[in-house]
Every structure is written in C-alpha cells, then in structure tokens.
Write a protein that binds this ligand. Sequence first.
Ligand SMILES: NC(=O)c1ccc[n+]([C@@H]2O[C@H](COP(=O)([O-])OP(=O)(O)OC[C@H]3O[C@@H](n4cnc5c(N)ncnc54)[C@H](O)[C@@H]3O)[C@@H](O)[C@H]2O)c1
Length: 246
Amino acid sequence: MMLKDKIALVTGAARGIGESIAKRFADQGCHIVVSDIDLQGAQQVADDIESSGRSARAIKSDVSNAKEAEDLVKFTLEQFGRIDILVNNAGITRDNLLMRMNEQEWDSVIAVNLKGTYNCIKAVTRPMMKQRGGRIINLASVVGVMGNAGQANYAASKAGIIGLTKSVAKELAQRNILVNAIAPGYIETEMTKKLPATAHESFMSIIPMKRAGTPTEVANICLFLASDLANYTTGQVIHVDGGMVM
Ligand SMILES: NC(=O)c1ccc[n+]([C@@H]2O[C@H](COP(=O)([O-])OP(=O)(O)OC[C@H]3O[C@@H](n4cnc5c(N)ncnc54)[C@H](O)[C@@H]3O)[C@@H](O)[C@H]2O)c1
C-alpha cells in the first residue's frame, strides 16, 4: 500500500490517463476525488473505485475556471478533511497549423492546459502549506519539449507547464510540497485516437520501443512520484515515452 489513507484529487479523471491514475492510486489505498467536465464519466470511475473498497467522490468541474477550481479543492477538504496529492491531468488538443489556427483554438488550449494547472495549484497551495506537505503532479508532454507541427498551442501549453512546475517546485520545496511533471509520449487514449494514420506512423518511426504506451504505464510513474519513494525529488520532468526523447 504505497498511498494508504492518502487523499488525492485527480482532474480530467473521467477517462484515459486520469482514470488510470485515479484507479492505480486507489489500488494502493488512496481515497480519490474524481473531477471532470464529464460528470457521468467521473461518476462511473468513482463507482468503480468505491466497489473496490476505497472512498471516491465524483464532481463536475472545469479547471479553466478559477472559481470552479477553488470550489473543487473546497469540496475535497469538506469530503475528506485534507488533500495530500493533486494531479493536474485535464487537457485538450485543438490541432491546426499555425497559419490556420484561430484565436479560439489557441485560447482554449492555453486556458484548459496551462491556466487550469495554475488554477488548481493556486487553490491547493494554502491547504498543503497548512498540512506541512503535499504532492503536485502535472501532466506535460514530450511535445512541450520537442515541439510538434500542427500543435503550436498544445506544445506552448505543455512547455508552459514545465516552466510552471519548476518555478512552483522552487517556491514550495521548503514547505515540503513536491512538484513534478510527467511528459508522456504517444499513449493510447481517446486523445490520440483522433490523430490521422500518418501522425501515428510518424510517431512510431521516432519511438525506439516501436509501440504506443498505455495509460497504466503513465499511472505507474505518477504513483511513484506521489509515494514516499520520491521524497527527495522535486522540479523534475519524467518522460514516459518509450525512449522518444532522450
Ligand atoms: N494521450 C497521449 O498520448 C498524451 C501524451 C502526452 C500528454 N498527455 C496528457 O495527458 C493528459 C490526459 O490525456 P488523455 O490522453 O487521457 O486525454 P483524454 O482526452 O482521453 O482525457 C482528458 C480528460 O480531460 C477532461 N477535460 C477536458 N477539458 C477539461 C476541463 N476544462 N476541466 C476538467 N476536465 C477536462 C476530458 O473530459 C477527459 O475526460 C492530458 O493533459 C494530455 O495532454 C496525453
């Protein structure tokens, strides 16, 4: 039991990587707030966790809205009395070449991915300081490190998350709040299902392991970063990408 009786808030946890993280944490004794804009999906994940014997609550929350992010943290504290781990997983893509990208495509991706991460970090900082400790894990992407044609908005948001992670890690280290990021490569979820076959092939050609990753493989690294095994690790970006970026 790596997270026995800890309390975690996972955003965007109705499906994909967030769902895997929520369930992997619950496997290890953690109680979970499953948040998403998709309440039905979040409720299903919470029900699955409850049937495995842990406590879970589902809540509809849009991370891009600062007030909703604050209310989400308040809800977690009301339900469980504390918050040990925040996983900023909610993310979207609105892909287009820069020449064709409109303002709405740019703004929405930055609002959810980057501002959403800021909003949730801001909301947990005070309670984690009072508790004298906590873990914050942000989902970045290899694309935030290496760039990707057709994803200028997404790559900028993920590179921003890396800068945010390192800055906040420096600000909060003395408070024993550890802040790290995960940079997944090409992971099989609804997000990557939308990509055309050509994009799939071009990713395969640059992945030394020659396969896509699974959400569970990302969740395992997230579990490590949330656990006592990572007590002296902060401000890091851990790649889970089959060797794509090294
Ligand atoms: N799949 C990949 O290959 C991959 C690679 C690198 C990084 N990532 C990152 O991992 C995270 C999870 O990705 P995924 O593949 O599971 O995506 P996904 O699209 O399958 O799931 C994302 C979840 O976030 C939720 N969401 C969207 N907007 C939201 C908002 N405003 N507030 C709250 N929830 C919201 C969605 O409803 C959905 O349940 C994202 O941050 C993504 O950028 C994914």
